[in-house]
Design a protein. Structure first.
Length: 164
């Protein structure tokens, strides 16, 4: 809330350079702000009494937007890349998938490895868990298991993350 929108009886006023000006009525605080040709902005509405500050509102909003943009730039969105395997995968194909996973992990992404079963492969699910264990073992130097291998319907999946 700014200027006339502030309806409180008493407010704690902070000056433009950050000094405490004390507790006064909202009307008096507004007069002080108008004399300085600045705006009265409610900073902490939940405090007793509410805290208001004398600042240039346009400049204040600009600074807030700029800080938000800076924070957004520094954020990194972690994607989850999926690699699908089948229970009867050959070693060369497995090595190719491992290299792809290394590339994803080195870029900072998480990798979800899914071992899919189709038809009669469903009867031998317990024999194929070693494929995921081998996969994780090959990547042990650069990745850790975030989510252990778990049976989900017709597939077993696990998630690997970059080592910290």
């Amino acid at each position: 809330m700014i200027n006339e929108q502030i309806k409180d009886k008493e407010v704690r006023l902070i000056g433009e350079s950050g000094e405490q000006l004390g507790i006064m009525s909202a009307k008096e605080a507004l007069k002080v702000a108008q004399q300085a040709e600045l705006d009265l902005v409610k900073i902490a509405p939940t405090a007793k009494p509410p805290v208001c500050k004398i600042i240039d509102y346009g400049k204040y909003k600009y600074e807030l937007v700029r800080k938000e943009k800076e924070a957004k730039k520094k954020q990194k969105i972690v994607e989850i890349k999926e690699i699908r395997l089948s229970p009867n995968i050959e070693s060369n194909d497995l090595n190719t998938k491992i290299n792809a996973a290394k590339k994803f992990i080195s870029k900072g992404n998480k990798v979800k490895i899914t071992l899919r079963f189709r038809g009669r492969e469903m009867a031998h699910m317990h024999n194929s868990k070693h494929i995921l264990d081998d996969f994780a073992e090959h990547l042990a130097d650069i990745a850790t298991i975030e989510k252990a291998p778990k049976l989900e319907g017709r597939s077993i999946s696990m998630v690997l993350t970059e080592k910290k």
